[in-house]
Design a protein around this ligand. Structure first.
Ligand code: ASP
Ligand code: MG
Length: 412
């Protein structure tokens, strides 16, 4: 029988009533003839509570025990979902990560999936089980310990199962009804997209659109998993939500698909570093070893053998960046006159695969910002994205102006 993967996020399983509603949706797909793999998150708020308990107990916690605690929220919803389905006379069974087994690396709290053997679930399906309810977000390390896949990891669990079982589709049920051209809280002209290409979704997810964990999109793109994002609070229909798919499956797409933003950015500038081979390597090795996620990088023009180096990172990593660079300086690996942190910036990006074949998107973006009197501090581009750092106080204005200028409220 064809397999369907259905993933329910925390708000969709927030209480017994919602679990019942989700189970009804599963029942509809079973009645259509699908064998269904249901991936569940923890009830909303549960994972945060568990993380809080861990940090309160042990601020410098052992990541193996963090995983032991934090993975437990999904165990509860998996069992409850299986029971709910059984009450509806749907043959269902729950599975924790280790029972599948979903094998991962041993990078606790941020493990990567290595393998999902299909035998265990498949033989149960052959025996008449119609729904396998799998606890999302968790797996088992080569050492036999429980691991977790990083926050939002159930999305990745879902896509990985869809790939392993060659599912017809992977439906991600959440509390929004799809992927929007931008956050509807910033402009009411934001429009839900019927389809979006994997690469665009990947950019949007990594730029901070919270609908899907970035790794789940990477995985879907690699294995060509048809991914659909839809709300569990709306009427069930085959065309609901947003389909994340191959660009060939999108007939008519606009040059720009969406405007993304991230509020919590910091711009860091190292003044007067030597301009010679190895300096960038030293700086960014120190930052990486210090656990800083560097995003944009700009090296300025050099004068008399010295230059300024600017990079951006999440605002809550400024301290770490300062510490890492101070350490490199004290160890004499690096020499600079000053490190200047600007913590009042935001990143705004326009994304679209149409940029590959259309020129003038950057020019238009910069004109729009200039017409609003917004100063651009740093620019970076990729083939399908242009990002700028600007003063945070202009972020909403910038998003609205760009959304208007690229006419994103209108369908292609
Ligand atoms: N419950 C986990 C989290 O909140 C995983 C997930 O729901 O995707 O991060
Ligand atoms: Mg999520």
């Amino acid at each position: 029988m064809p397999v369907l993967v259905m993933k329910f996020g925390g708000t969709s399983v927030a209480n017994l009533d919602r679990i019942r509603r989700a189970a009804k949706r599963v029942g509809v797909e079973v009645a259509k003839g699908y064998d269904v793999i249901v991936i569940v998150s923890a009830m909303s708020g549960k994972t945060n509570e568990l993380v809080g308990w861990v940090s309160e107990t042990s601020p410098m916690f052992d990541a193996r025990e963090y995983d032991a605690v934090v993975s437990s929220g999904e165990n509860v919803t998996a069992g409850l979902m299986a029971l709910t389905l059984q009450e509806m006379d749907v043959p269902a069974r729950s599975w924790q990560g280790w029972q599948v087994p979903l094998r991962t690396t041993s990078a606790h709290s941020a493990a990567r999936i290595e393998e999902i053997p299909t035998e265990n679930l498949s033989s149960k399906f052959r025996e008449g089980m119609r729904v396998a309810v799998v606890a999302g977000f968790q797996g088992v390390s080569p050492e036999g310990r429980i691991t977790t896949l990083g926050r939002g990891g159930s999305d990745t669990t879902a896509v990985a199962f869809a790939a392993a079982f060659d599912a017809e589709r992977c439906d991600i049920y959440t509390d929004v009804d799809g992927v929007y051209t931008t956050d509807p809280r910033i402009t009411d002209k934001a429009r839900k997209l019927d389809r979006i290409a994997f690469e665009e979704m990947l950019e949007l997810a990594s730029l901070g659109a919270k609908v899907l964990q970035t790794r789940s999109v990477e995985l879907a793109m690699r294995y060509k998993v048809k991914l659909r994002v839809l709300s569990s609070f709306e009427e069930q229909s085959d065309s609901a939500g947003t389909l994340v798919c191959d660009e060939e499956e999108i007939m008519e797409s606009k040059v720009v698909a969406g405007v993304a933003f991230s509020r919590d950015e910091a711009k860091m500038t190292l003044l007067s570093v030597a301009d010679r081979p190895g300096i960038a390597a030293t700086i960014f090795t120190a930052l990486s070893e210090g656990g800083v996620n560097v995003d944009m990088i700009v090296q300025n023009i050099s004068e008399e053998g010295r230059t300024d180096m600017t990079f951006s990172c999440p605002i809550d990593q400024v301290r770490r960046a300062e510490a890492a660079l101070a350490k490199a300086r004290s160890e004499k690996a690096l020499n600079f006159s000053e490190l200047v942190a600007d913590t009042g910036v935001a990143k705004v990006s326009v994304v679209g695969i149409g940029m590959r074949s259309h020129t003038g998107v950057a020019a238009k973006m910069f004109q729009v910002l200039s017409a609003e009197g917004i100063n651009i501090k740093v620019i970076t581009t990729s083939e399908i994205k242009i990002s700028v750092l600007i003063d945070r106080k202009y972020m909403e204005l910038a998003v609205q102006a760009l959304h208007d200028a690229f006419e994103l409220e209108k369908a292609a």
